[in-house]
Design a protein around this ligand. Structure first.
Ligand code: ADP
Length: 164
């Protein structure tokens, strides 16, 4: 049996904290699907196609990792992909409260799918996509927080619309 896990998120933008979870998870499972959830309510920082490409480029060294997008319920996407594991990263207690609620709701929706948590590395435990966006907006060194393909996209975004 192929052990296939899904790592869902917004990845807006992807960070080296996300990449660390992906690299560790790729060792634990036969196949890992990094799944970008499409949220049509709000305009993203980076468009979906750029996030897909940047994550694919950033994980090119990991042959058992695929990058996809989904809309609708995560458990339905997991079922469709034949994945029984949903993987999430935990940084702090605040993550736990949120994740517990979502994880329990997902179990009610589909009891066959398990949510598994990986603890963030200490050096990345402060890092969030929102931190990267804020640092970039104010001219700080965001480059240290993102994989190289993402760095290029943010630089282009800053050049196209400075201050946003
Ligand atoms: P979402 O909007 O679904 O929370 P994110 O893209 O912010 O999506 O995060 C996706 C997953 O990655 C979440 O489980 C989150 O806790 C985890 N994550 C985010 N940043 C880090 C980090 N620095 N270290 C470990 N896990 C992280």
């Amino acid at each position: 049996m192929t052990r296939r896990a899904i790592y869902p998120g917004s990845f807006d933008p992807p960070t080296i904290g996300h990449l660390d979870i992906i690299e560790r998870a790729a060792e634990m499972y036969d196949e890992l699907i990094v799944a970008i959830g499409v949220n049509s309510d709000k305009a993203p920082y980076l468009p979906l196609d750029q996030r897909l490409q940047a994550l694919a480029d950033s994980t090119a060294h990991l042959p058992n990792v695929k990058v996809k997008s989904f809309s609708g319920l995560l458990v339905d996407f997991a079922q469709q992909e034949n994945a029984r594991i949903i993987l999430r990263g935990l940084r702090a207690i605040s993550d736990y409260e949120y994740e517990l609620r979502i994880g329990l709701a997902n179990r009610k929706l589909n009891p066959e799918i398990e949510t598994v948590f990986l603890i963030a590395k200490e050096e990345f435990s402060f890092l969030a996509s929102s931190v990267v966006r804020e640092v970039a907006r104010h001219g700080g060194n965001y480059q240290q927080f993102v994989p190289a393909p993402v760095e290029k996209l943010i630089a282009k975004r800053l050049a196209d619309s400075p201050g946003s």
